[in-house]
Design a binder for this molecule. Sequence first.
Ligand code: ADP
Length: 910
Amino acid sequence: MRAFLGRLRVWLCVLVPMAWGPAHAAEQVVVQLNWKHQFEFAAFYAAESQGYYKDAGLDVRIVEGGPGINVVKEVVEGRADFGVGTSSLVVDRARGLPVVAVATLLQHSPVALLASRAQGVQSVHDLAGRPVSVDPHTRDEIEAFLLASGLRPPQIQFVEQADWTLTALESGEVAAKAVYLSNEPFLIRGREHQFLLLTPQSAGIDLFGNMLFSSRAALAARPDVVVAFREATLRGLVHALANPQAVTDLILDRYNTQGKSRAHLLFEAAQLRELTRPDIVEAGYMSPGRWRHVVDVYVRQGKLLADFELGDFLFDPQPSTRVPPWLVAALVVSVLGLLVALLVVAKVRGLNRALTVEIRDRTLAEEALQTRETQYRELVENANAVILRLSPEGTVTYFNECAERLFGFSAREIIGRSVIGTIVPAIESGSGRDLGEMIRTILDDPGSGEHNENENMTRDGRRVFVRWSNQAIRRLDGSVAGLLCIGQDVTARRAMEQELAAHRSHLEEQVALRTAELAQAKEAAETANLAKSAFLANTSHEIRTPLNAIIGMTHLLLRSGVSDDQAQRLDKIETAGQHLLEILNAVLDLSKIEAGKLSLERTRVAVNGVVHNVVSMLHDRAVAKALVISEEVQQGLAPLLGDPTRLQQALLNFGSNAVKFTGQGGRVCFRTRVMEDTPTDQLVRFEVEDTGIGIPADKLGQIFSAFEQADSSTTREYGGTGLGLAITRKLAQLMGGSAGVSSEPGVGSTFWFTARLAKGDYMPITGLLPDPDAAESIIGERFAGLRVLVVEDDEINREIAVEMLAETGLLIDTAEDGQVAVERVREADYALILMDMQMPRMDGLQATLQIRALPGQADTPIVAMTANAFAEDRARCFEVGMNDFIPKPVEPGLLLRVVLKWLERRASGV
Ligand code: ADP
């Protein structure tokens, strides 16, 4: 409707001027400007020069204004048809003057205040009580501005503005003066900082600028002229603002009564364009909202009453009055009717379409539903799972085909009957739970599904196992409608499991049986091994005793003076005896270690001393083969504790082999090195490197086993038992280490073992033993005539001992067993007792205990003589109160030295 009226207006605008066009004489129109010619009035000049007025059938006279000319008066009194005023026209109208606002030529008022900073004005408030110059055109607006800024009426001091120069302001005559944004700012270009421009907009006062107005009388007489003049002037305005250069030329050419410069006019053009913005707001448009604001400003100033109505003060440029009301009404009715008809048709068509779509959707949905239902039914019927549905009371309400096949009931037969007593025995045998109870549990907690496996019954009484998954079926309101049970026949699986379980338990039994047998066999083997070791230990001990006799006797015979021939034979006997002894000792060692009977001593170990001892022991043999033996030992070792005898034995085995298997002029090197150093112990590595025959790689793995030799010809060529390396490795293991070798045939071998030795202080060695010959003579000199008791069951050994001591001048008594020994000690006072360990009737340990119990026998030195030559034997001797220990076969030199040591101690009372 609005669009239609708009279009109608346009037609009329075009038609009306045509009506006055060539057919009529031009209408005379006078327009009164409110100031002198300048760009501010360019709209009129442009409309004139562009022929817009002429086209509209107007003959326009533009009358310049200036001081003393009251534009309102000119128009109201009919001397001019139009005037250019300000927003204050509304106040004039309220005062009763018949003015009508036709269009605004500036959307925003160009009026402002210019103050001089030199006068100390920093803000609008500094103008309180100070002179401000205004003229009739600007007075109202400036007053509204100052009031809105918070100044009270008495503080506002207006003076009449005499000119539009800046003289009064710069001389300090006035603190501020009213200016036009389009004019005075041009005059202060380059020194803007000296001034302060205060705009009413900054206080929320936003009035219209140049207002084109007319009078009621003019409007009544020639309304069409008002419309035509308005349209043509606004066209002129748009043209002027769009073409400032050309219009400036026009002003300079025809209207420049003020003698303004081109720059000044162009400056004005730019400022006015900014205040008008024809690109944003339709030229001339007066917003009723803005007008209400203007009215409010004047109401606040007390120049208008609050209930002031604009009424016909605002000219309506839409010439609706010229369209006959009946035409408008008819048009409105027809358009409305048309619209209603269109709406009804559209609605009906829309409904039709929606209905068609809905019918189609429903048909499709129903088809889909049917298809899905068929699919579900097929799924459920043909599912390879038993599916049944129960009422909350346990009555069967659905039974699928699979269920029929498994249980033998037809659906028709079972539906409506209780599940208990048909496919479920009254008391479940599988889980031991009553089914009714299970149903209640699921129904009590409808969210819960329950899985169970139980024994069910078929129609013919067969038992089947079914694994069930049960789920409560809920209605929309949440109440329980029944129970959905999906089951899988697991009878076959159960049978298999049972069979498997039976197998498993049988297997377990068999394993247990076999384990027991193995344990027995192992025990038997261990017992046998222990027995073997014990047998070997006993046998070797038993052999050592007669061997002792053989070696001892040989020694005595040699000393007693024999022919060379005899001496040679006796030497051979001694050598053979020594070799036999070596073998015996080795067998004894191994069997003891294996039987777990070997215990290690824990005494001071001088590691490098051990090496040195071994080297000295091998010295003669090495010299015989022109071998170079060297020692590369680690210095600065911590004081260590261990079993020096066993370390020496282990190293000697390597050393003897090295010497044995290295040819003339070869080299043997002994090394020691600390491999690990902890706060409590050190792991020491002993190494023997030779340049001997070496060992083939395939033999390296076996030579550490007992009785193994690298080559079967070894025994023939080099002798040996094949036990040395085995003993060394076992000893190293007993000492917390290990043993090994690297070797290259023809180049040489490096044998090594490690031993973990505890850190600790050791007992100092108490006095060095003198050499055997010296010992014999010292005893003779100092202790001849003292009594010594030799306790020994073996007659030959007894004799040997007596003979060994014969030259010392000691008086020797003998006893053949422990009991006799105790008797002897009761009867006589002995300076020393040499005590065998194993004897019939009473052994050495028992005898020692009894002797120590006799009065005055607490300190008598008792020295054990025994074939049981190791640490643990010693420990037992010391336990019962013996003082020292001589291993058998007794070495004469050692016997003499030990006897001397103890006689000396007894004498010194230590
Ligand atoms: P035995 O030396 O009494 O035969 P061992 O157990 O000490 O027994 O040595 C086993 C074997 O290892 C030796 O027979 C020999 O074949 C080989 N063997 C040991 N040490 C060396 C060595 N330094 N050089 C070459 N072969 C060696």
